[in-house]
Structures are given as structure tokens and as C-alpha cells.
Design a protein around this ligand. Structure first.
Ligand code: GLU
Length: 440
């Protein structure tokens, strides 16, 4: 087995092409490179591969930077290939001089010239950390083009020159790059560059095992931010796309991941993207946020100032959401507002299934009487005050109108919880108003 620790100074890089928004696949590559560098006290480089002038856009570069910063994946150095023309020229000139490359007619349109690599037609073998030994016969690659001209290097040349110049020791990237590796190793040899260690990580698949794409919902990292996922949750989720600790543990902070992540344990097979799992992980991370922080987010999402009420309802809200944006979404659907003002009651809905409005009226009045002298310090104490009555008269017949009166909603937390939050005065007021309505 190859020893990952032979390199004293680990240097990794994330090398996105700014030709589209940063998606989860790219971000996972960035994360694995980041974790590996940090756990070895090494350096993590961001390299913007913007040599394709037509397809590269500044807004995509900004999206990549924003995504990394949102997820707190800080890089030690940043480079743009568009600013490194002279470096590629220097290496091209040397290759031409040494006969490792040559100018040739451009077969594609027959007009200009291109620079081709002089393929020595060697067999190439390398040891991939994840995929084991990989061999290629490079004969079939022919004398491939490495630059359009001295000022326009193509992908393979720029990548190899940069990895060499930047001292990159470990190349962790998507398995779609395996087929590029033989060409890149050939160029390395021509440049007398050392062979880096490769780790090609598995593709990310949708739940139907097809390649993850836009039609599977949000794939751009920024979308997850907008949807209200926590960055620490997305990091945790991405880390588990292809890796697991071999234990039951699933919830990790970034610091824990730096300690426990192991590139050698990354699986070969595709990693399935599962939104329910992301939601679950997000909820677990939500539970770790301090109550005060959560209250600020709840107040913001609901646009309310009543801090006493916010403090009371935050734990209840937390139980019912997966992500912060659910608070607002549920509020626009009428959830939570009943904590702040009496709901509108549809009398026709007050009676439970086979019960009658008369019965509902009676139950509401009786609950009000029972609660008059009840202890409102907890949901349990309220429950105790009405429970015998509900058992005697039928739970549905009694508790449904109780809950509906307080929330005005067919689904909501139980009436005891709501009553304990509203307090005695407001609870009795709502019960009596509803009961009075039914007599009209
Ligand atoms: N720029 C390439 C890409 O975005 C990555 C190059 C590499 O990782 O070697 O796919």
C-alpha cells in the first residue's frame, strides 16, 4: 500500500473552472482537499482555471469564492491561470527547445498552427489512493495538442505546469478526471516534474443512481444557502458523500472532520445524494445552536419583536423544522401566528367528527372552567387539569375543539403546549369567545 505520509509538506489544491455555478460535487472536492491538507498541517490552494476565455465568467468565480467562504473552507493561496501566461510560455518554450513538443498545422480548421506534445508512447501506471493500480497504454493518445499557441495553453498543460510550480503533492479530484491523468503524467515526465499522489473520488449520484444534475433540485451550493441550510450541516453532509468513519457516528463538526476524515477510506462506488439525509443532518446541527442564537433567527424569520414569546416558542419551532427557512415558509402557511394573535375560527370546524356543535360548545366552556383554577406552569399541569374530563367525554370530542380554538389550524402542536405558552388569560379568552360564537 502506498504511504500517504511520505510527503513532509502536503500541498493540495481545488482547481475549479469558473464556467458555471459551484455545485455540490465541486464543493465536496474542495472539502476533501481542505481536510486532507489541514490534517497534515499542509497547505490548501485555490486555483481558478480560467484559461477558457469564452466560457469563464467573473460571476462564476465570485460564486466559487462565496461558496468557500460560506462553508469556512479558507485557502492559503489563490491563483488564476489567466494571470500566469508567462509561466506557461516558459515551460512551452523549454519543451519546444527540447523536442518534447512541436508546432503543427491545426487539423481542425487547417488555418492556424497548434503546439502538439511529442508522445513517447510509453506505458503509464500509477497507484491511485482510492482506485488502486491504474495502467494506460498512451499510444492511442497520439501527439495531442497542449497549446493553441505560445499564449494559449490548453487544460492539460496548464494543470501540470501549475501543479508542478505550486508543489502540489496530492491531487484529489473527481473520477471523471481519471482519463486525463495519463496525458498529464506524460507532460509531467517531459517537464521533469515529480509524480503527485492521485486520489480520484467517486461521482455523486442521484437517488435513482443517475448522475446528479439540476433536475434533481438544487445542486448549486448557493441554493442550499438560500434554502436555509447551515454551512456546518452541508459540510458534514458532503464529507459523508463517499466517506464514512466506519462507526455509527454521523454528525461531525469541521474540526472533527479534520481529525477523523481518511482519504484512504473513501469508497470507489458512486456516492448517493440523499436530501432526506441532508435535512436530518441539518436538524442535528440546528440542535447544537445556542438557544439565544436560535431565538434571533426565529424573531427574524417571523419578523416579530416579542422576545418573551419568541423564547417560549423557539423549542417548539425547532422540533418542527429541518432548516431555518422552514420557519418562514410555515409562517406564510399560517403556522406560528396563533402564538401572537387569536386565530380566525371557522365554527363549522369546531366540532369533532361525529360530535355536535352543541357538544363542542359545552366542552369548550367546561375546559375553560377547569382551567380557571389550573396551574399553567407547564403543558403537563394543564393536561392534568382537563385529562379526566377528556377521558370521560371522549378525547377527540374534547381535545379537538380545544386545540382548534387555540390555533385555528387542523394541524398544530397539542393544546396543552399551546395553552402553556399563551398563558391562562389568553387561553380562557379564546375558549370563551369560541364557545360564545357557537351559541349564536
Ligand atoms: N479545472 C478542472 C475542472 O474544473 C479540474 C482540474 C483538476 O482538478 O485537475 O474540472
Amino acid at each position: 500500500m502506498l504511504n500517504m505520509f511520505t510527503h513532509k509538506n502536503v500541498i493540495t489544491r481545488f482547481a475549479p473552472s469558473p464556467t458555471g455555478f459551484l455545485h455540490v460535487g465541486g464543493m465536496r472536492t474542495a472539502l476533501f482537499n481542505y481536510l486532507f491538507a489541514k490534517q497534515h498541517g499542509g497547505k490548501f490552494i485555490l486555483r481558478i482555471e480560467d484559461t477558457d476565455k469564452e466560457r469563464s465568467k467573473k460571476e462564476y468565480e465570485e460564486d466559487i469564492l462565496a461558496g468557500l467562504s460560506w462553508l469556512s473552507l479558507s485557502y492559503d493561496e489563490i491563483y488564476r491561470q489567466s494571470e500566469r501566461g508567462e509561466i506557461y510560455q516558459k515551460h512551452l518554450a523549454k519543451m519546444l527547445l527540447e523536442g518534447m513538443a512541436y508546432e503543427a498545422e491545426d487539423n481542425s480548421d487547417g488555418t492556424g498552427k497548434v503546439i502538439r506534445f511529442k508522445n513517447p508512447n510509453e506505458k503509464i501506471a500509477f497507484e491511485d489512493v482510492i482506485r488502486g493500480n491504474i495502467e494506460f497504454d498512451t499510444t492511442e493518445l497520439g501527439d495531442f495538442v497542449i497549446a493553441k499557441d505560445m499564449h494559449t495553453p490548453l487544460y492539460h498543460l496548464a494543470v501540470v505546469v501549475d501543479d508542478f510550480e505550486m508543489g502540489v503533492t496530492h491531487i484529489i479530484r473527481g473520477e471523471d478526471h481519471i482519463s486525463n491523468t495519463p496525458r498529464q503524467i506524460l507532460i509531467q515526465r517531459a517537464l521533469h516534474a515529480p509524480l503527485p499522489i492521485y486520489a480520484h473520488i467517486p461521482l455523486i449520484l442521484a437517488s435513482d443512481k443517475s448522475k446528479l444534475s439540476k433536475r434533481h433540485g438544487a445542486v448549486s451550493v448557493n441554493e442550499y444557502r438560500k434554502e436555509g441550510y447551515l454551512p456546518e450541516a452541508l459540510i458534514n453532509f458532503l464529507a459523508l458523500l463517499g466517506w464514512n468513519p466506519g462507526t455509527e457516528k454521523e454528525i461531525f463538526t469541521l474540526v472533527e472532520l479534520i481529525k477523523e476524515f481518511n482519504i484512504e477510506k473513501v469508497q470507489k462506488g458512486g456516492a448517493v445524494f440523499n436530501t432526506e439525509k441532508l435535512d436530518w443532518i441539518n436538524k442535528e446541527h440546528l440542535k447544537k445552536i445556542s438557544p439565544k442564537d436560535l431565538e434571533v433567527r426565529v424573531a427574524e424569520a417571523l419578523n416579530v419583536q416579542d422576545s418573551i414569546m419568541v423564547e417560549k416558542i423557539t423549542p417548539i419551532i425547532l422540533e418542527r423544522i429541518n432548516k431555518i427557512n422552514d420557519i418562514k415558509k410555515m409562517a406564510t402557511e399560517g403556522e406560528w401566528t396563533y402564538f401572537f394573535e387569536a386565530p380566525r375560527i371557522d365554527e363549522a370546524k369546531l366540532a369533532w367528527k361525529d360530535s355536535t356543535p352543541e357538544a363542542a360548545k359545552k366542552h369548550l366552556a367546561e375546559i375553560a372552567n377547569l382551567l380557571e383554577s389550573a396551574d399553567f406552569s407547564s403543558a403537563d399541569s394543564i393536561k392534568r387539569a382537563v385529562w379526566d374530563y377528556a377521558e370521560k367525554e371522549g378525547r377527540g370530542a374534547v381535545l379537538w375543539p380545544f386545540r382548534y380554538t387555540l390555533s385555528g389550524r387542523e394541524k398544530s402542536p397539542d393544546p396543552f403546549t399551546i395553552a402553556s405558552i399563551l398563558g391562562k388569560e389568553e387561553t380562557l379568552e379564546r375558549l370563551r369567545t369560541a364557545s360564545a360564537k357557537l351559541s349564536q
